[in-house]
Design a protein around this ligand. Structure first.
Ligand code: ZN
Length: 137
């Protein structure tokens, strides 16, 4: 008889980043408690004690700041939030409803530029069946 081995898996999840990299409050020109830069510190701290942690983003990543809008309008290089998630070593992301704000071509480009898989279920494209592009599964 096989013995079951108990194990622990640490999962760290970000959500609703909405294009915030720096803790900039665009409405009041002040600082706020948002952004991937602040998360980078927390992620680094967690990896010290849990080096194998699973790092996920739960969606609403690429839309929500003037920086995001500027990027999408000008399409120069990799979307800034994807560049940061790549550098932080995210393991996977899930598309939120706002990932669709700029259209499928932007979403497909974001998925292609990601160095991690995008996970989804139940998303269909009218006339094309399940949404599949790059590593979006
Ligand atoms: Zn949101």
């Amino acid at each position: 008889m096989e013995h079951l081995q108990e194990t622990t898996c640490e999962i760290l999840v970000s959500s609703d980043i909405h294009g915030h990299i720096y803790p900039t409050d665009y409405r009041s020109a002040g600082e706020c408690q948002l952004g991937l830069a602040k998360l980078a510190t927390l992620i680094g701290r967690e990896r010290l004690t849990h080096p194998e942690l699973l790092l996920l983003d739960n969606g609403d990543l690429i839309q929500g700041t003037p920086l995001s809008t500027y990027f999408v309008k000008n399409k120069q290089g990799v979307h800034p939030t994807i560049e940061v998630l790549n550098r932080l070593g995210y393991d996977a992301a899930v598309p939120g409803n706002h990932e669709f704000n700029y259209g499928l071509s932007t979403l497909y480009q974001v998925v292609e530029d990601s160095q991690f898989p995008w996970l989804s279920a139940g998303i269909t494209v009218k006339g094309a069946g399940n949404l599949r592009s790059g590593n979006l599964i």
